[in-house]
Design a protein around this ligand. Structure first.
Ligand code: FE2
Ligand code: FE2
Length: 193
């Protein structure tokens, strides 16, 4: 099937760059998940693992958009994330800070779409802007939870149990493997206890 190229070179490069940042986000949260695993906090690890899955989807959704618009996906090196944090609060603070930075990156990307007079991409990016509102809210909520827990072991265990309830869900209309059916019940982020 012939696909007409709708993206300018500059727009393609900017979208590929953001897809890379989304995969970096996934890597960062997976690193945090591993950190919580090392502390024996599996519920916290689960929350971060689901978060990592969502970022992977953000990256793939952007990759798919580039392809569908006739562009060429370009994979660059993914930056190595931080390995250790001083405390759960510090890790969740880093999540919140990171999400704020990403919101800025998405807004800058919208700026590129506007300057390239690319209305289709501008519309596509609206999903990411909405997503960032949710991401900032949920990371702020979980940061506040970690702050109130502090170092109280009972409160920590209760929070760990609660964060262990988070489940991964693909966004509606998104197919991670669009070129063939996957086995039933395939999920990302299903952590067996
Ligand atoms: Fe993201
Ligand atoms: Fe995010």
């Amino acid at each position: 099937m012939m696909v007409i190229l709708m993206l300018s070179e500059k727009m393609t490069e900017a979208l590929n760059g953001q897809a890379n940042r989304e995969l970096y986000s996934s890597y960062l949260y997976l690193s945090m998940s591993a950190y919580f695993e090392s502390l024996g906090l599996r519920g916290f690890a689960n929350w971060m693992r689901v978060q990592a899955g969502e970022e992977l989807v953000h990256g793939m959704k952007m990759y798919d958009y580039v392809i569908s618009a006739g562009g060429r996906g370009r994979m660059q090196a993914i930056e190595a994330p931080q390995f250790v944090w001083a405390s759960p609060v510090e890790a969740f603070q880093a999540v919140y800070n990171h999400e704020r930075v990403v919101t800025g990156l998405i807004k800058a990307l919208v700026g590129v779409a506007i300057s390239e007079k690319d209305k289709t991409t501008e519309n596509f990016l609206q999903w990411y802007l909405d997503e960032q509102v949710e991401e900032e809210e949920s990371s702020d909520m979980v940061l506040n939870k970690a702050k109130t827990v502090g170092s109280d072991p009972r409160a920590l265990a209760a929070a760990d149990k609660e964060l262990g309830q988070r489940r991964f869900k693909f966004p509606s209309g998104f197919d991670m493997f669009p070129y063939g059916r996957q086995p039933e019940g395939t999920t990302i982020g299903s952590l067996k206890k």
